[in-house]
Write a protein that binds this ligand. Structure first.
Ligand code: GTP
Ligand code: MG
Length: 644
């Protein structure tokens, strides 16, 4: 049986360094981490197999972290020792809590800590719905991080460069603090265990082993969050952490139960690799998996070591093990597989809604088809990416998490698929309508040898209610326009709606054909279609055209601390706030409901991130169209009319 931990947290907190150190405890250094990519690191510790899933730090890749949590037995949320940076951990605490995966906090870079550990814990507590309990406290010598006291065993270790830590007596000056922190820890645990509560009330000194068992249980039940300290760079605190993981990380059966049902394997990542093709990373939950076994209704072609750069065949993957499936193109990421079928993962994992939409085009025109194919392939693998087509221009549009994610996409296109692509903004879908009723008369007449063309129409255009689209009616009397030509007039009128006097599609207009004339020989469908089109176009020009702007319901979610910073962003973009509340789904977060005009969304994520230290997010849903007047409207119309 092998266990799996997800290691996640903000950028540059030392996640990859910590994973390297865990792997090096008993083995060789792992394959180096690549920026912005999840890395699987299999390793062994005290005769047991483990895989660490080293998640990329930027929030733009939080979907990768969510997918890693899907398969993890436990999570390590790695944080900075600076209380000011606690907020950067908030999105990860939130994600892990929503997943239900038992988790620990690791305060890393303790060698750089300038604050008291309890202040760091207090700052993190604002975002954690379970109490954060210290498992260790630091020993400092001359302001330097020199060792740690384990609050369970009440033993102290002094770190030594390049050697095993030395067991020492708890330093005299730490005794009181140690006692206080230990009491706090036991008190938190005693809330979930009557025996422990009694021991405390009777002022006994509870034994280690039952306390360890309580710890493992409350961890599995997500009652408390234990915090460890480390300096991964200096290899300090790594063995202690790994020993705690070994004791307390639940077996893979618990992760499988959390997923409901009994998947044989769960895929959590897929990448297209040059010369290798599609590689899907799986965690095996069944009794084991061999190449050639059936999974998801198809054969698994080859199983390869998840930690290796190049394909390295594995005969079999044990229960709980992680492997890369090659030559198994039917497998897709983030799916729960049985031998014959596959099912959707739980809803909590879909965290990455598109936050930035950009259109893509190939740098070289000849790559047009290649680009579409490559994007389709990547969209099947990158679970944080959406692909659509702009209905106005037909351009390929990608929905990504931000500028870094876009960069990873473009690099992937170039390096793996050999297509250079450039991105550009997606035009806002403005519309136009009219403000008054106009009656018009239009005669289409041509006499150029042979058969002529004749059609005469009298019609009105009138504004109709918002969202009514296009309505057509006729009140022609006495066959002035013969019945067979009326549909042609309607077709012409619809054509006129495609682009109005301001240059945008026209909506919410009703056209009524009142009267007209025809000619026994020269009238035709074509002639009435042209008359309908030209007549309506002419009428729209006179009917007070108005620009319509799409309005979106935009809901922000930010740590409460930043709620005040949202208002100026919303108003500077012509939006308005509808209200705000505590976020029921996450401790320490607020949601703010607003309405914002379409153009505001173009760069919203960049502004939101710069106002919220990168952690704010939003969702946007189209709501309705609203009339836009004045300078803003003029600017948009002028830009539209400029030759591109
Ligand atoms: N002082 C100190 N530096 C550390 C420690 N751990 C990691 N670092 C340094 O912090 C930097 C970031 O470390 P990484 O391990 O790449 O951090 P990460 O969290 O994986 O970063 P991303 O994957 O980019 O989010 C590197 O320069 C490390 O050498 C530590 O314990 N103390
Ligand atoms: Mg890293």
């Amino acid at each position: 049986m092998a266990r799996c931990i997800a290691v996640l947290g903000a950028s540059h907190v030392g996640k990859s360094t910590l994973v390297d150190r865990l792997c090096e405890l008993e083995g060789r250094p792992p394959r180096p981490a690549e920026p912005y990519e999840l890395r699987c690191v299999p390793f062994r510790f005290l005769d047991q197999s483990w895989t660490a899933l080293d998640c990329p730090g930027s929030l733009e890749f939080i979907q990768d972290a969510a997918d890693a949590l899907l398969v993890a037995d436990a999570a390590l949320i790695v944080v900075s020792p600076d209380p000011e940076q606690a907020v950067l951990a908030a999105p990860y605490i939130r994600l892990v809590e929503s997943s239900g995966v038992p988790h620990f906090i690791v305060v890393n870079k303790m060698d750089e800590a300038h604050s008291r550990l309890r202040d760091i814990a207090a700052a993190l507590q604002a975002y954690s719905s379970s109490p954060i309990v210290l498992r260790q406290i630091p020993i400092r010598e001359c302001e330097r991080f020199a060792g740690a006291v384990d609050l369970f065993s009440e033993r102290a270790w002094k770190y030594r460069d390049g050697a095993q830590s030395a067991l020492i007596e708890i330093p005299e000056d730490l005794m009181d603090r140690e006692q206080e922190a230990r009491d706090e820890m036991l008190e938190s645990l005693s809330e979930y265990d009557d025996w422990l509560l009694e021991e405390i009330i009777e002022e006994k000194h509870p034994q280690d082993s039952p306390v360890y068992a309580i710890c493992a249980r409350v961890l599995a039940e997500n009652r408390v969050t234990e915090a460890f300290i480390a300096s991964a760079e200096h290899r300090n605190g790594v063995t202690r952490l790994m020993k705690a993981l070994r004791h307390e990380t639940p077996p893979p059966a618990a992760a499988r139960d959390r997923l409901g049902g009994a998947p044989a394997a769960v895929s959590f990542l897929a990448r297209h690799r040059k010369h290798v093709g599609k590689t899907t990373f799986l965690r095996v939950f069944g009794e084991g998996l061999k190449a050639g076994d059936t999974l998801g209704g198809g054969g698994v072609g080859m199983l390869s070591d998840a930690g290796s750069d190049k394909p390295a065949a594995l005969a079999e993957v044990e229960e709980g093990g992680v492997a890369a499936a090659l030559k198994s193109d039917h497998l897709v990421p983030a799916r729960l597989y049985t031998a014959q079928g596959g099912s959707e993962p739980p809803a909590w994992r879909a965290v990455a809604r598109p936050l930035l939409h950009r259109a893509l085009r190939p740098v070289h025109e000849r790559d047009d088809v290649k680009l579409s194919e490559a994007i389709a392939t990547i969209a099947g693998e990158d679970t944080g990416l959406t692909v659509s087509q702009d209905p106005e221009s037909g351009a390929q549009v990608v929905g990504v998490q931000g500028a870094l994610h876009l960069r990873r996409l473009r690099e992937n296109l170039a390096e793996v698929f050999g297509v250079e692509a450039e991105d550009y903004p997606v035009a806002t879908a403005f519309r136009e309508t009219i403000s008054r009723r106009v009656e018009t008369h239009y005669r289409h007449k041509k006499q150029s040898g042979g058969a002529g063309q004749f059609a005469d129409v009298k019609l009105t255009v009138a504004p109709s209610d918002r969202s009514e689209g296009f309505l057509f009616d006729q009140t022609v009397k006495g066959g002035a326009v013969p019945r067979q030509y009326i549909p042609a007039v309607e077709t012409g009128a619809r054509e006129a709606m495609r682009s109005g006097p301001l240059g945008f599609a026209v909506v919410d207009v009703s056209v009524t054909l009142l009267d007209g004339q025809h000619h026994a020989v020269d009238s035709s469908d074509m002639a009435f279609r042209i008359a309908g089109r030209s007549g309506v176009s002419q009428a729209l020009t006179e009917a007070g055209p108005v620009l319509l702007e799409p309005i979106f319901d935009v809901e922000f979610s930010v740590p409460s601390h930043f709620t005040g910073a949202l208002q100026p962003i919303v108003s500077s973009k012509r939006g308005h706030v509808l209200g705000f509340d505590r976020d029921p789904d996450a401790e320490g977060w607020d949601v703010m409901r607003t309405q914002m005009p379409g153009p505001a969304l173009e760069n919203l994520i960049a502004e939101l991130r710069s106002a919220t230290q990168g952690v704010g997010r939003y969702t946007a849903e189209f709501s309705h169209y609203e009339e836009l007047y004045g300078r803003e409207a003029e600017k948009i119309v002028t830009e539209r009319k400029m030759p591109s």
